[in-house]
Design a protein around this ligand. Structure first.
Ligand code: 7TS
Length: 414
């Protein structure tokens, strides 16, 4: 889809940008141009207000008190769970477990899955483009069980070798865990096919949706992952929030992750009866304010409309690619046909940190480095990349500033 981008999607972006207080500020005397949305997105005022309102008006613990405030807090917390369930079309709210983020969700599944279902001789499949969060927990799980971690290779363009993946699915495989969208390459993986191929052999699949949930409409009943995880802070919600979706069947099969309050029905020194879903996996006082505000973030997104957001982001991506391609000596790391949100590049032999610093001087925030995908950097034999990650509140003018900024930086560094 290489066309001259049409950025008009009917969204009033000037108005929408006013919803995000942080976007109004200047950095080094220049208006902030924020292209680090893959690391974390900015928060609209309604989200900031929702978090503050909890502390101002009904701060109280959930699922415990009979008193008024505790009931208000519990209702708001459970409403947020309901909003998340609706957003990904989960069949039941109890399939939504609130976590600290993607990392927490993956650790929960890797830990409990390996304790109950992984043994020596088994294997787990991940891909070459995983974030460290979807590598290290499985390394730990495999090491403790005596299982093997297998890695799906990728092409030079940064697309999964699906033929190799298919041949890797043998009787030893007990789990497949892959990212929906690569945070470094922007590749959108064919998760539907990945899941279908695994399910044909009764192998469960975890989808890391950290870079997909804010860009792509996800219907878990259509897609049928066994687990899907994401972070609240990458979808305009607070840090320290996240979601693990799991099917009722799998969440019931897994043992508890952490023990403590809220995850129990009854406790005696002889035996503890665990609570039902979702509470079985939510030990201790959760991030009540954060999860409530995550619900608000999703409502905000739904009000703007994910289809409109998707259309705008696709247009911005196409425009950014078209303009960046014109820069002398630019080289893209990852050039997949299907991509979303993220563009990684290098210019001549300029070190990404130097480029990042000079862009920062111009008020432009990009991420530089290995993006927590060190194995991917080794594969592409680069020390790191400059990464611009876009979202719907970015503008064509900001892309122009980025392109001009990269050119200016290159002229100074070469
Ligand atoms: N998986 C993917 C695909 C990610 O992009 C990230 C964070 C994580 C997992 C971990 O999420 P967390 O919220 O638990 O930390 N990615 C990035 C990034 O690209 N730049 O900063 C964080």
């Amino acid at each position: 889809m290489e066309h001259i981008a049409n950025i008009t999607t009917g969204l009033d972006i000037a108005q929408i940008r006013k919803d995000f207080p942080i976007l109004q500020q200047q950095v080094h005397g220049k208006p902030l141009v924020y292209f680090d949305n893959g690391a974390t997105t900015q928060k609209p005022q309604v989200v900031i207000d929702a978090e503050a309102r909890y502390y101002e008006e009904y701060n109280s613990n959930v699922h415990r008190g009979v008193h008024h405030l505790s009931q208000v807090a519990t209702d708001a917390y459970e409403k947020a769970r309901h909003i998340v369930a609706g957003y990904i079309n989960a069949a039941h709210s109890h399939e939504i477990i609130f976590t600290k983020g993607t990392t927490d969700g993956i650790n929960l599944v890797a830990n409990t899955m390996s304790r109950r279902f992984l043994k020596a001789g088994d294997s787990v499949i991940i891909s070459s483009m995983e974030h460290h969060s979807n590598i290290v927990p499985w390394q730990i799980a495999c090491e403790e069980a005596g299982a093997t971690l297998k890695v799906i290779p990728i092409t030079e363009k940064g697309e999964l070798r699906m033929d190799v993946y298919e041949s890797m699915l043998d009787d030893t495989v007990k789990m497949v865990a892959v990212t929906y969208v690569s945070n470094t390459l922007g590749t959108v993986n064919p998760v539907q096919d990945i899941i279908a191929l695994a399910h044909a052999r009764n192998i469960p699949v975890l989808i890391d949706a950290a870079q997909a949930i804010q860009h792509i409409s996800i219907d878990v009943q259509a897609l049928q992952p066994d687990f899907l995880v994401f972070s609240g802070h990458k979808i305009y919600g607070p840090t320290g929030t996240g979601v693990l979706y799991g099917t009722t069947e799998w969440l019931n099969k897994l043992p508890p992750y952490q023990g403590g309050g809220d995850m129990i029905k009854t406790v005696t020194f002889a035996k503890t009866i665990y609570n039902e879903l979702p509470y079985k996996f939510e030990a201790g006082t959760p991030n009540i304010a954060g999860s409530i505000a995550l619900g608000t973030a999703i409502e905000y997104l739904q009000q703007i409309g994910l289809p409109e957001i998707q259309q705008r982001e696709e247009a911005l991506m196409a425009y950014a690619m078209q303009e960046l391609r014109k820069i002398d000596g630019i080289r893209f790391i990852g050039d997949a046909k299907n991509r979303s949100g993220v563009i990684s590049f290098l210019v001549h032999n300029i070190h990404p940190f130097d480029m990042g610093e000079l862009l920062d001087q111009q008020g432009i925030a990009v991420r530089t480095g290995h993006h927590c995908t060190e194995p991917l950097m080794d594969l592409f034999q680069v020390p790191g990349t400059v990464r611009a990650s876009l979202t719907f509140y970015n503008t064509k003018e900001e892309i122009d500033k980025l392109v001009a900024g990269v050119k200016r930086a290159a002229s100074m560094l070469l």
